[in-house]
Design a protein around this ligand. Structure first.
Ligand SMILES: [Mn+2]
Length: 426
């Protein structure tokens, strides 16, 4: 199913007058406050978030998985789903593939399909957290960190193969998330495991094309419950530094222990020019992978405050790669992603409203109350008309969820794919 701009324009007609009133009201008020509204609208339109190929089917839990009807069962169908998301929101202009779940059969055809949906290929993701069919070695006791050289070599080679696949598609980065770790004290020698990981990452790094980046993700626990080899941003930062200039840390919001000050991590990495990528999701307890902004929208706003500051003040940091890394197990996956995209844009828009000059002044004067007022004044502003205006101008839907439902997208997908189609890889 494809959604063309004319249909959305027609759908938008109904809400256009009310949107215009709300937008004009907000816009007047923001201009008086010294905001550059057209600039904010442009920034929102330019902000594109990659959709991972594994988020288009319902996610599972360790107790099981309930499929959602009409799930995409091929890479082509996954790309069609991202095309639908992008048509509606105009902010999902990229797909991030997981290898080996999504190896293209016909590269030219897949590239053409991407172009037809106006989407590009973002980072490719390797997988050494499960064994592949017919694999010679097993990752049961680790991959890049494994005690056995042959296992480490297989894992390194897999990452090199993933780079090759990404290269053929026009990707420019590889994301490595390592599940390696231990379940019990004494099971692993920490120093050896870290050294092996460092050496393996260097081997992968050497195979990286000149214009590519390597993103090293971290996570404190799970699937191992005693230790994880790359457990925190410091370890990831250290490994990236050892690899070289093209290696960066990747922050995944769900990969922190409860109450970690993630915005400070973002600031630190950006100051050092090492924040490469960013995975959005939300969590209450652990790596819950739930809809962005559904639990802690204020924390997301504070993170965006640091991202905006870093993008304006840390030229040594490259423009980060944005991706949603969430896959809920009960919602319609596409509706879930629409909500996540909206929450990301909302937090970004609010962060753009912060008066940085006033904030700096208040900080210099140690006016703590004023500092908080400046942040919360931005946070309390209802920026949704700005998001709607950015979408309208780019040819998207004023309300992506309403358009999705009134166009009966899921019903159409079920009709085309059947009730029992299951997303590959999950
Ligand atoms: Mn992630």
């Amino acid at each position: 199913m494809r959604i063309d701009k004319e249909i959305l324009q027609e759908k938008n007609q109904k809400g256009l007058k009310s949107h215009q009133e709300k937008f004009d009201f907000l816009s007047n008020f923001l201009v008086k406050d010294g905001c550059n509204v057209p600039d904010i609208i442009n920034k929102l339109s330019e902000f594109q978030v990659a959709i991972p190929s594994w988020a288009l089917g319902a996610g599972g839990t360790r107790f099981g998985r309930f499929s959602f009807q009409g799930e995409p069962s091929t890479l082509e169908q996954k790309m069609d789903d991202v095309g639908i998301l992008h048509a509606l929101t105009q902010t999902a202009g990229a797909i991030s593939l997981h290898i080996p779940w999504d190896v293209p059969k016909d590269y030219d055809a897949i590239k053409q399909l991407a172009t037809s949906h106006n989407i590009v290929f973002d980072a490719v993701n390797s997988n050494t957290f499960q064994d592949q069919k017919n694999a010679k070695e097993s990752y049961r006791f680790g991959s890049l960190s494994n005690k056995e050289k042959a296992i480490r070599e297989q894992a390194v080679q897999h990452n090199i193969d993933v780079i090759d696949i990404g290269n053929k598609l026009g990707s420019k980065s590889l994301t490595v998330w390592l599940a390696d770790g231990s379940n019990f004290p004494g099971q692993n020698n920490f120093q050896n495991a870290l050294q092996n990981t460092q050496d393996s990452l260097k081997d992968i790094y050497r195979a990286l094309p000149e214009d590519w980046k390597l993103y090293i993700e971290y996570k404190p626990y799970e699937p191992n419950f005693y230790s994880t080899v790359i457990q925190d941003w410091g370890t990831s930062f250290m490994l990236a530094n050892e690899c070289g200039d093209k290696a960066y840390s990747l922050v995944d919001l769900g990969h922190h222990l409860p109450n970690t000050n993630i915005e400070q991590i973002v600031a630190t990495l950006m100051m050092k020019g090492k924040l490469g990528g960013f995975h959005f999701n939300d969590s209450k307890y652990g790596d819950d992978d739930i809809t962005v902004g559904s639990i802690k929208p204020y924390a997301l706003f504070l993170i965006f405050n640091e991202l905006v500051y870093g993008m304006n003040n840390n030229p040594q940091n490259p423009y980060p790669a944005w991706m949603i890394d969430a896959s809920h197990n009960i919602k319609d996956p596409l509706e879930d992603l629409i909500q996540s995209l909206e929450a990301i844009q909302e937090a970004y828009a609010k962060a753009l409203l912060i008066d940085q000059d006033q904030l700096r002044l208040a900080q210099m004067e140690n006016d703590v109350v004023r500092c908080q007022e400046i942040l919360q004044n931005a946070y309390r502003t209802d920026v949704r008309p700005l998001l709607q205006e950015a979408r309208r101008k780019s040819g998207g839907a004023l309300s992506p969820i309403n358009a999705y439902r009134s166009l009966k997208v899921r019903e159409n997908l079920i009709q085309a794919r059947g009730k029992n189609s299951v997303a590959s890889g999950l």
